[in-house]
Design a protein. Structure first.
Length: 348
């Protein structure tokens, strides 16, 4: 039995699929099966895949498009490996990826989902310098991050298959194209999560990706997932609170005083409810909530002179060094921006 089952759906990826396949076949860790699903491609993806004769490849060729979630779940069902490694048809896994992830999972049996960082490729397949997709490392920080972000790069994850099988977990098509984020949120109930703090995959962004083409659907389903998580902490939210937390997720804030008052109140509500229920480590969640307060306050301090009073009234941890430090930072920022505005107005 192979130790790893690699699952890679393919749809119209003739330009890059060979590079993706090569990056898997050239792994330094060689004990794997490679399940490739051609999802009704209308280009030459099939011909590119069929050039390979490596016995580790198991090729499933479909004449019609079924959607990649169906193939991901089929792959989980038929996989023989202890671990499921995800791969996309236009990305490149670094040669040591499997060895590093397997070594980590073998030495940490409590971890069921292991991700890593990714570097980004441009249109010429060159690595974009300094552009790294980083994620929180340990389980507690990841769980708090999931309240706002995905926290994993899907093509580089490795999953302990027994977690999926024992608990009947699969990708949910109803949450496409955020089905991966939905799975991570569900898995956290049954196992611990981890991200290795190193780049193990080159990730390609282009206009034809599902996440780009279906941006509105991703927005809707990502919001749906995050609101459910917050309501586990607070109980049912009002429509106004849901709208505000949607803005927190997507950073689409308003500078209106009443709006900011409600936003500050919601952040306090989340923090206080979690301090009681302790669904998340309070110190970590409170820090994220405070970071949101800071970023919103900084953004609107120049055009809303009530920010400082709101800050003093509603900041969750008053009379702390951090509270006063950021208060004076906002005060100085407000003064500086007002001076800049007056100079600009005078010059005009």
């Amino acid at each position: 039995m192979p130790l790893i089952s690699v699952i890679m759906p393919v749809y119209n990826a003739e330009k890059h699929v060979s590079s993706a396949i090569d990056s898997i076949l050239n792994q330094t860790f060689t004990d794997f099966e490679f399940l490739i699903f051609n999802d009704g491609s209308t280009d030459k993806s099939q011909q590119e895949i069929e050039k390979y004769k490596d016995p580790r490849i198991k090729f499933f060729n479909y004449s019609t498009n079924k959607g990649y979630v169906a193939h991901l779940n089929h792959g989980i069902d038929i996989a023989k490996g202890k671990y499921i490694a995800r791969m996309d048809a236009d990305d490149i896994s670094l040669p040591e990826r499997f060895k590093i992830q397997v070594d980590f999972l073998e030495n940490h049996p409590d971890i069921g989902l292991c991700g890593a960082w990714v570097a980004f490729l441009d249109h010429d397949s060159k690595v974009v310098n300094g552009n790294i997709g980083k994620h929180a490392a340990d389980h507690d920080h990841i769980c708090v991050a999931l309240l706002r972000h995905n926290s994993f790069s899907h093509p580089v994850v490795m999953i302990r298959r027994s977690i999926l099988i024992d608990h009947g977990l699969r990708y949910e098509a109803d949450f496409m194209p955020s089905e991966d984020g939905r799975l991570w949120v569900t898995m956290r109930k049954y196992t611990r999560l981890h991200n290795l703090q190193k780049v193990l995959l080159y990730y390609r962004k282009h206009a034809n990706q599902t996440s780009t083409v279906e941006k509105k659907l991703r927005y809707k389903n990502t919001t749906r997932i995050k609101i459910e998580l917050i309501e586990e902490i607070t109980g049912p939210l009002s429509e106004t609170e849901k709208k505000i937390y949607t803005d927190i997720i997507h950073q689409t804030y308003s500078g209106d005083t009443d709006y900011l008052l409600n936003l500050y109140a919601l952040i306090n509500k989340i923090a206080h409810a979690n301090n009681t229920k302790k669904l998340y480590v309070p110190a970590i969640l409170n820090k994220q909530m405070q970071t949101t307060l800071k970023s919103v306050s900084k953004r609107f301090i120049h055009n809303n002179n009530k920010i400082l009073s709101l800050w003093m009234k509603l900041y969750p941890e008053k009379n702390t060094l951090q509270f006063y430090a950021y208060f004076f930072y906002l005060l100085l920022l407000s003064i500086k921006r007002k001076r800049k505005y007056l100079v600009f107005a005078h010059q005009r």
